[in-house]
Design a protein around this ligand. Structure first.
Ligand SMILES: C[S@@+](CC[C@H](N)C(=O)[O-])C[C@H]1O[C@@H](n2cnc3c(N)ncnc32)[C@H](O)[C@@H]1O
Length: 219
């Protein structure tokens, strides 16, 4: 049987919706999380933002506090309902239920694109295709930002296996005991640079202790 990794990830986050936000409360990560909020509010000020895989809207709320408008996309209604409960003013945000690998419901008029903790869940073989589709929804010169986890011993869930293409996986457990094997990649700076390619401008890759952030402008 061929495993449908994307389907597994989608289901896992639907099932995890109500416990997801606890990930942002981990004490050792607070200093870095504060830095990410500061960076995002500085970089995305005044932008028309497309956020993909927005989840429960944790970053959506921060970005909406400074951006002109944010379109927040996720495939799971379970997480979008929680995002909506954050009560971001409706003249600042719209939520769209769509698949990041299709983005059929999304126009191409954004001045910035953002994805938080999504890159790591994309198979290496699909990354470039996803990025090309994401870029196609943005205006020329648009700003693109990705943030994601670094692998930190003692803090990250251990890697359970690595497939023949170099994708790594973790066994994740929900509070009710349900277990899932989830794709979670931890790219190096070199891999990030190679994936984005050299057709972009102002590329900056910053590794904090627990997270990485990349920003650049498309052509
Ligand atoms: C790790 S969570 C990140 C959530 C949010 N960006 C954050 O940083 O808090 C990944 C999100 O991707 C969503 N997702 C999974 N597969 C998707 C797909 N094919 N299209 C759109 N969203 C998807 C899940 O529902 C989940 O909300």
């Amino acid at each position: 049987m061929v495993r449908k990794i994307d389907k597994d990830i989608k289901q896992y986050y639907a099932d995890r919706a109500y416990e997801y936000n606890k990930t942002y409360l981990r004490p050792e990560r607070q200093k870095d999380i504060k830095k990410l909020h500061k960076l995002l509010t500085t970089l995305l000020k005044g932008h028309l933002v497309l956020e993909v895989a927005c989840g429960t809207g944790y970053w959506t709320k921060t970005i909406a506090s400074v951006s002109k408008f944010i379109t927040a996309v996720d495939v799971n209604d379970e997480v979008l309902q929680i995002a909506k409960s954050r009560r971001i003013p409706s003249d600042k945000v719209i939520y769209v239920q769509d698949d990041v690998y299709k983005l059929n419901k999304i126009q191409n008029n954004f001045s910035a694109g953002f994805a938080g903790f999504w890159w790591s869940h994309i198979l290496k073989s699909k990354l470039k295709r996803f990025i090309a589709l994401f870029h196609s929804k943005l205006q020329p010169n648009a700003l693109v930002i990705f943030i994601d986890n670094r692998r930190v011993k003692g803090s990250s869930t251990p890697i359970s296996r690595i497939d023949i293409h170099g994708n790594s996986y973790q066994i994740r457990k929900l509070e009710d005991g349900r277990e899932y094997e989830i794709l979670k990649n931890f790219p190096t700076k070199k891999e990030i640079r190679e994936t984005i390619g050299n057709k972009v401008k102002n590329l900056k890759i910053k590794f904090l202790t627990y997270f990485w952030i990349v920003s650049y402008n498309i052509e």
